[in-house]
Each structure stands twice: as C-alpha cells, then as structure tokens.
Design a protein around this ligand. Structure first.
Ligand SMILES: [Zn+2]
Length: 399
C-alpha cells in the first residue's frame, strides 16, 4: 500500500504508463482533427516536467515522434494548446492561431461558497454531483442550442471536468464568438460580496434556462440533502439574503428558524410560504417572480471559468494525462454516465501499474472503457471531417 500516491515513483512509472497505457495513436488522431485546417505538427503541446519545469511550443508530426518525445522528457503533465499557421515555436512572433477546440473548464473550487461537504482541493462523491449537473446542462446546450456534435468530456484529474468541442465550426470560432457562447452559458454573476448572483427579470424565461432548471430539478432534493444548504443559522442567513422582498424575508426567517434543521424540510416550507405570499401579494411579483429558480441556479448551476472558454491560447490539460498530485488519470467519460462515476473508481497510475493492488482489475477495465469512449469520439470526428471536406469539394465543383 505504500506504493500508493508516492510522487517520487512517478519518474519510474510514467514512461511505462505512456508506452503501455496512454492511447497514443488515437490521441494523435484526435489532435490532428483529420489534418484540418493544418497538419498535426502545427499544434502546440506543452509539458510540465518533474520540479515544475514548464516547456511550451512543443510539437509532433506523428505517433512515433510523440512516443520519442514522451520517453525523452517524461512529462508529469501534458497540456494542449492551439493550432498555428506554422510549426509552433517560441521564436516565431508572426505565428497566428488558426484553430482551437472550444473548451470549458469547471472546477469544484469555484463552488466553495455553496458546497458544504468539502472545500478547496478536497472533493467527494457528494460534491461530484455539482459536476454531474454542470455536464448535463452544458452538454445539452451545446447540442440543442448550438448544434455541436463532437463533444469530449474529460475528468480533470482532481476536482473538476473539462469539455472539448471539436466540430469544425467550434474549432475555427473567433474570440467574440467564443465570448458570446461563454456569456450565454453564464448565469451566476458577481463576486464574494454579492449575496444574490442570479437575476432572471420578469419576462418569460428563455427556453434554455427552463431546460437547465429542469435538469437541476432532477437532482435538487438529493443535493439539498447532501449539502444541507440551509441547515445551520449561518447558511439560512445566506438564503435570506437572496430574498429581495423584506416582508417575505421576515416571514421566511420567522418560520424557518423555528423548524428542525433539515434543509430539505426547510426548503419545502420555504416554497409553500413563497407560493402563498405571491398569491396574496400580486404586486410583489416584479421583485420575486423567479425567486425559486434564481436560488436553485445559484446553488446548482455550472460555474464556468469563462477565461478558459474565451481565450484561444489557454493551454488545457490533456485527456489521459496523469494528475501529479493524485496520480489519477484524466479519463474520458460519457456525459450520460457522469452520475454513475465514483471518484475512487477512477484509475490511477499506481493502481494500473501495480498488479497486487486490490483496485487493479477494476481500474484496468475502467481505463479500457475510457479509451473506447475516446475512440468513438475520434472516429465520429474523422467521419464528420471527411464529410465536410467532400461537401466543400462539391461546392467548389459547382462553381
Ligand atoms: Zn464533497
């Protein structure tokens, strides 16, 4: 058991992991996106070596070169950058970014003001549910609102998830386009000092917001039980501060403080009080029409790192990279399976390479499934890319 989570072992284990388990071939094909709009060699990779030495502007032309580079440098972490008009190089100041997946980064540390089970780097299966909700909301929106098809979901290695959209339209999207999508998906606004961070106004709700609330509703009671959002006087105060109508706030405070501290029971009472109040005070509607929805969103809606989505040059951790602190593999997963994922079932480099580990067999299987999901996404990307090229060629012929 000593072998677990010992960072000093990484330099011996990583070369074995890269050779035997890292899906190099499929990884290179994913990065090349059918060599469109530029060959694989124009894509930036960056490595973090032992002792935090960081090398940018690496590139590879094929799997053979990739394997050689991995063996030579033994990176502790792999990051992926953009595709340039030339081979990436530190000295080329005229380099232009031509493509980059549209990416999303969701990290549980951004949920610290709402999650109560863990803080900072800690994560458990209870707070993982926030990631499940985020994944379902973003995935549905990317497909239904934007029509994207090629969407890859990856566990970040510690306490979050990444999403990579590889459709050609997404990869070649300009900065304002990326910004618009990020803003569209961003409903929680305001810093630590702002008590109420969601304002939905009084007009009819946009269908995508309704759909997101529908997704939150599937998990809301469960998350309320897990997190006990209003189970202490302090947490109840946070809820009260989200109520803009003073009279309603006082009624809620009076009633809920007298109740037992079960958050779910308190929430149900709150909903009843709110409904009755709204029925009896029609003029309050301007302030509190969507109060319940706003509170649910503030508790559960995805908190995105929008700068990662907006930027072209933001490097993001590669799928199947190892997290140097946890040893966990950044596995690819299916969005509809996120809710069944258990954190201790995510393979680690230590369990994968240690036959005597009790988790070895299960982690090997989970690693194989993750590679298979990755393959499916890459095959469908290559198919879409071939079709797009054929259509482009036909359009050109018609002229
Ligand atoms: Zn937790």
């Amino acid at each position: 058991m000593v072998a677990h989570y010992d960072e000093n072992l990484l330099s011996d284990m990583l070369p074995v992991y890269y050779t035997r388990l890292f899906p190099q071939n499929i990884f290179c094909r994913w990065l090349a996106c059918g060599n469109s709009p530029q060959p694989l060699s124009n894509r930036e990779l960056s490595f973090t070596l032992a002792d935090d030495v960081y090398i940018r502007y690496l590139s590879i032309s094929n799997q053979k070169e990739f394997q050689a580079l991995l063996q030579k440098k033994c990176p502790y972490k792999l990051d992926i950058g953009a595709v340039y008009n030339n081979k990436p190089s530190i000295s080329r100041h005229d380099a232009v970014v031509l493509a980059r997946e549209l990416v999303f980064d969701i990290d549980l540390t951004d949920y610290d003001e709402v999650r109560t089970c863990c803080q900072e780097a800690k994560v458990c299966d209870k707070c993982w549910k926030f990631m499940v909700i985020a994944c379902e909301i973003i995935h549905t929106s990317l497909k239904d609102d934007f029509g994207f098809q090629n969407i890859l979901w990856v566990f970040s290695g510690r306490r979050g998830i990444h999403c990579w959209v590889s459709d050609f339209e997404a990869r070649t999207l300009d900065s304002p386009g990326r910004g618009a999508i990020a803003d569209y998906l961003c409903l929680i606004i305001g810093g630590d000092n702002q008590n109420k961070k969601v304002h939905l106004g009084v007009d009819n709700l946009h269908s995508s917001i309704r759909r997101s609330i529908g997704i939150i509703d599937k998990y809301f009671d469960e998350v309320m039980l897990d997190q006990e959002f209003i189970g202490t006087p302090e947490r109840l105060q946070k809820l009260l501060k989200m109520i803009p109508d003073e009279t309603l706030r006082d009624i809620v405070e009076n009633n809920l403080t007298k109740m037992p501290q079960s958050s779910l029971e308190r929430w149900k009472s709150f909903v009843n009080i709110y409904d009755t109040y709204l029925r009896e005070n029609g003029n309050a509607i301007r302030k509190i029409k969507y109060l319940l929805e706003e509170i649910k969103i503030q508790y559960c809606y995805p908190r995105l790192d929008v700068n990662v989505t907006k930027g072209f040059n933001h490097l993001l951790k590669s799928p199947f990279s190892i997290h140097p602190k946890t040893g966990k593999v950044s596995v690819v997963f299916k969005p509809n399976n996120a809710r069944n994922m258990k954190l201790d079932e995510i393979p680690t480099i230590y369990t994968l390479l240690d036959d005597s580990s009790p988790d070895n067999v299960q982690h090997q299987n989970n690693m194989r499934s993750a590679v298979k999901i990755f393959q499916e996404v890459v095959f469908s990307l290559e198919k879409a890319e071939a079709m797009r090229r054929r259509n482009d060629a036909n359009t050109t012929l018609e002229f």
